[in-house]
Ligand binder design. Structure first.
Ligand code: ATP
Ligand code: MG
Ligand code: MG
Ligand code: MG
Length: 570
């Protein structure tokens, strides 16, 4: 590509309404332009990156045996009425009607459409398991679209859906997708972390989110490196709008003694039955105007509270609903989140509500708790897990143990995988014949990746004060050739043109800057655009048979012999 033939719409000034660095740089580098709130044009420079992300996603999905389909962006209301989500979905669903008064929505996700499609196409267990995916435009009428394409209303998602004969097959595909996602984000060159997550309005049981770690991330994730465990908490709108940050994250016991739960220890200390201890703790906390969140241990006796609704209870990860907790401990939902027998989270009541808490456990049954911090808390924070909860309920402060520290860090959700179970297939009667010829409802999984958000996330992790520094795999161009005097020197022009031809022929994506701008301007644009490699060709260095090379990440340039440059670059 030659700049004379390329819309290089770079801006010198930082646009005033762009809050985070990726948004600023995407505007300045001429990658995107706003059309309306949360709705963007992708310019050539941006689209080249977006397509590269899509390509990697497609390659890995294909490799995992998923089949690409393309579903409509506009979906009939009837399908959403069948699943019950027409009523449930709320303000994010963009609803519209056609000239005949029939209702539609612009799809924010495609569970209904795919389930309806597959219920008609798959007849026999022999066709299972099967996974379908698409890369497609979604619309969500976000309450607060912001940060450019990071949280836009119209965006591009890769969404995939798997269909199974039984839960075991679903779990198998789920773990394959987990691995596929790990490969995708690794290939994209991102620093990321998979975390246990809430299933939100999509529904279902097991769920992991993939987070790109960045201070600007809107999500808080709780990480304990000792147990290689991480959990995310869905951010509640309430908290985002002026809520206060929870006061502390604390636990009642050493996490290095799995087998004995905290509440057990407290019960022993207080000489009361476990249920009473929980109640005392909650009442005490309520009096203090605190909110308590606890998670049940996998093998804990109080697991009787768990409902069949939570099939993962069989594993050490356990969840309890508000009603279950209400039943078990007689505390009203709103004052208690999820019950954890190992770690308790205390927060000001004003800061959060039930939805603000998600807790989880790792394979060893050791529990960590995620907390919803308000969106703009930038600093990662570290909390000692072994201090005391709710004042005198347990007065057993222990020595600090570095190992059991929980750190709260920030992430950008770029992927999300769910085991949906039969929520949609049941509602929409998606069944197939099993090996006894009996109709069986198909359990499903779903797997999303925020393709357009990834572009912004990559910039959050890869930039300096001069601009973007693309990971090789998604750079709009791999190499820029910056001539000094392209139109003035026949020699410079011919060396540049030859190299451009040769390198392009070798499959390298080269941008030849033939604009005849001042070198400073050309360098600044190349740096802003984040092209990983640059060569400078001028008469002076050519006189010494040299070409100047600079890596975008390197401090300064180096000289390469002219006749060795192709070899050097390939
Ligand atoms: P978030 O918590 O950021 O609102 P979500 O949990 O609502 O995201 P999912 O339903 O899990 O999103 O959708 C799958 C993926 O789509 C997300 O992991 C994210 O990467 C991407 N995504 C969701 N909403 C947006 C948005 N408004 N703009 C850009 N990408 C988005
Ligand atoms: Mg959302
Ligand atoms: Mg989310
Ligand atoms: Mg999600």
């Amino acid at each position: 590509m030659r700049t004379s033939n390329f819309l290089l719409s770079t801006l010198k000034e930082t646009p005033a309404d762009a809050e985070i660095i990726s948004h600023q740089l995407m505007l300045r580098a001429g990658m995107i332009r706003k059309v309306a709130a949360g709705i963007y044009n992708w310019l050539p420079a941006g689209l080249r990156v977006l397509r590269k992300v899509e390509k990697i996603v497609r390659e890995e999905m294909d490799l995992a045996g998923a089949q690409e389909v393309l579903m409509p962006a506009v979906q009939p209301a009837e399908l959403w009425q069948q699943s019950g989500r027409w009523e449930q979905y709320g303000g994010e669903l963009l609803r519209m009607s056609d000239r005949h008064g029939r209702e539609f929505c612009f799809g924010p996700t495609h569970e209904e459409v795919i389930t309806s499609l597959i219920s008609n196409e798959i007849r026999s267990y022999k066709q299972l398991p099967a996974t379908f995916y698409q890369v497609q435009t979604k619309f969500r009428d976000e309450r607060r679209p912001r940060f450019g394409v990071m949280r836009s209303r119209e965006f591009i998602m890769k969404d995939a859906y798997s269909f199974h004969l039984d839960q075991a097959s679903l779990e198998d595909t789920y773990s394959k997708m987990y691995q596929t996602y790990t490969r995708i984000f690794t290939r994209l060159g991102l620093h990321f972390r998979a975390v246990e997550a809430d299933t939100g309005s999509i529904g279902g049981s097991a769920s992991h989110e993939f987070h790109v770690l960045a201070d600007s991330g809107e999500d808080a994730i709780a990480v304990c490196d000792k147990f290689d465990y991480a959990a995310n908490v869905e951010l509640a709108e309430a908290l985002a709008v002026g809520g206060e940050r929870p006061a502390a994250t604390q636990t009642l016991e050493k996490v290095d003694t799995p087998g004995q739960t905290t509440i057990d220890a407290v019960s022993e200390y207080l000489k009361t039955p476990v249920e009473k201890t929980v109640k005392t703790l909650l009442v005490h906390a309520a009096e203090e105007g605190k909110l308590v969140a606890l998670v049940l241990r996998g093998d804990h006796e109080l697991n009787e509270l768990k409902a069949e609704k939570h099939p993962l209870v069989a594993t050490p990860l356990v969840w309890a609903s508000d009603e279950e907790i209400q039943q078990a401990v007689g505390c009203s939902p709103g004052s208690i989140g999820v019950v954890d027998m190992t770690i308790a989270v205390i927060a000001d009541r004003s800061a959060a509500n039930v939805a603000d808490f998600v807790c989880g456990a790792n394979q060893d049954g050791v529990h960590y708790t995620g907390v919803n911090w308000e969106r703009d808390c930038a600093e990662p924070e570290v909390y000692d897990l072994r201090t005391v909860v709710a004042g005198d309920v347990c007065a057993r402060a222990d020595d600090t143990n570095q190992d059991s520290q929980l750190s709260i860090t920030r992430g950008i959700e770029v992927g999300h995988i769910f085991q949906l179970g039969t929520k949609y297939s049941e509602a929409m009667n998606a069944s197939c014949l099993d090996n006894n010829g009996k109709a069986a409802i198909m359990p499903m999984g779903c797997y999303g990746i925020g393709v357009s958000r990834i572009v912004a996330s990559a910039i959050e992790q890869n930039h300096d004060d001069r601009g973007i520094i693309w990971p090789e795999a998604i750079a709009p161009f791999q190499l820029v050739i910056t001539p000094i005097g392209y139109n003035k020197s026949e020699q410079v022009k011919s060396v540049c043109d030859d190299l451009y031809q040769t390198l392009t022929g070798l499959g390298i994506e080269v941008l030849l800057d033939d604009r005849n701008e001042r070198p400073g301007i050309m360098f600044a644009d190349a740096d802003l655009l984040g092209i990983p490699h640059r060569i400078v060709i001028g008469e002076k260095s050519l006189a010494n048979d040299k070409i100047e090379y600079k890596n975008r990440r390197a401090e300064g340039p180096e000289e390469v012999p002219q006749n060795g440059i192709v070899e050097f670059l390939t």
